[in-house]
Design a protein around this ligand. Structure first.
Ligand code: ATP
Ligand code: MG
Length: 313
């Protein structure tokens, strides 16, 4: 009986098509189709990206793991380094990180080779994780008395990249919400900083402190470090506040902000409780599509930057 065409069906369809929900769904399916066709170029050199913001709960871990999974889904080999004692990135990637597991703590404090702690994520053969354990909570204090305390991660990563048979295309570092020694280790090891900004009131508060820290590291520890990417997260386009925050960030950081905006999405927030990223949990959902678009944009920008440098040489 569902096949019987009612006289007013055409009119009803036309009016549904005109609703914001229908427009959103149509938009999402055309974006999915565009993603299926997209061509990406893998970077020739490993890109080391640290996801940092000393503000808590802005989407650092969510961005680190979902971006990593999105990059892996288009063929990039990706290593996520979980530098947060909370271990949320390890959880989301389905990687064991109980106290007895060799972890980033052993790399930073006891100079374990990085490759000895790296585990494959069950989600993708391209995805790997150096997990964090609860021991990392003490590392911030323990590092203070160590030699080359700011360069521990950099040394371990360089050693790994120099010796590993097939180096990753991307290393993504998930930082804790502070500007302590763990985050400084990430800044010293990375080339790029990705700053997630939550589209809410106070979003820009603390940003100048973060940019000041990046400049300090550039000057004293790692001249290659730069803020390459700003990603707007948890965007709710129905609120004027989110639109205003997005506009303000775009005005100040037009070169760094990605076109792609990550929407607030229930799928994104529930994926970690299944030990999955949203790419594996529901790869066609709005949040997953947005992270896949962000990954494509980041890859395309990297290629342009490299091409620009070659042109200058
Ligand atoms: P911390 O500073 O504690 O490390 P964080 O910056 O890593 O936090 P997340 O843990 O990624 O932030 O996110 C904070 C909370 O917001 C989590 O509960 C996460 O599930 C939720 N969240 C993140 N992004 C989204 C999104 N796009 N839609 C809905 N919920 C989200
Ligand atoms: Mg986090």
């Amino acid at each position: 009986m569902f096949h019987v065409k009612q006289p007013d069906q055409g009119a009803a369809t036309a009016s549904f098509e005109d609703t914001p929900l229908a427009r959103e769904l149509a938009d999402l399916s055309s974006r999915r189709r565009a993603l299926e066709k997209v061509q990406v170029s893998l970077p020739e050199r490993t890109r080391i990206v640290t996801v940092s913001n000393q503000k808590g709960g802005v989407g650092k871990t969510t961005t680190a793991v979902n971006l990593a999974a999105a990059l892996a889904s288009v063929g990039a080999r990706v290593l996520v380094i979980d530098l947060d004692p909370q271990g949320n990135a390890s959880t989301a990637l389905g990687v064991p990180h109980s106290a007895d597991i060799p972890s980033v703590y052993d790399v930073l404090i006891d100079e374990f080779p990085l490759e000895d702690v790296i585990q494959p994520s069950p989600e993708s053969q391209n995805l790997f994780c150096a997990p964090s354990t609860i021991h990392l909570a003490g590392a911030e204090i323990e590092l203070v008395s160590q030699v080359a305390r700011e360069h521990r991660l950099r040394g371990a990563l360089e050693g790994y990249l120099d010796t590993v048979a097939v180096p990753p295309h991307f290393v993504i570092i998930d930082c804790p919400p502070s500007l302590g020694l763990l985050t400084i280790n990430a800044f010293a090891a990375a080339d790029e900083v990705l700053i997630p900004i939550q589209c809410e009131y106070y979003a820009l508060e603390g940003l100048s402190q973060l940019l000041g820290s990046v400049r300090m590291i550039q000057k004293h520890l790692n001249p290659a470090l730069h803020v390459s990417t700003i990603l707007l997260t948890m965007y709710d386009g129905r609120t004027r506040l989110a639109q205003q925050v997005a506009e303000e960030v775009r005005t100040h950081f037009s070169d760094e902000v990605l076109e792609t905006v990550i929407p607030r999405s229930v799928r994104v927030s529930e994926a970690p409780s299944f030990g999955q990223t949203v790419i594996a949990y529901d790869g066609q959902s709005a949040g997953a599509v947005a992270y896949r678009e962000a990954a494509v944009e980041i890859m395309a920008r990297g290629v342009h930057a490299a091409a620009g440098k070659e042109g200058e040489a």
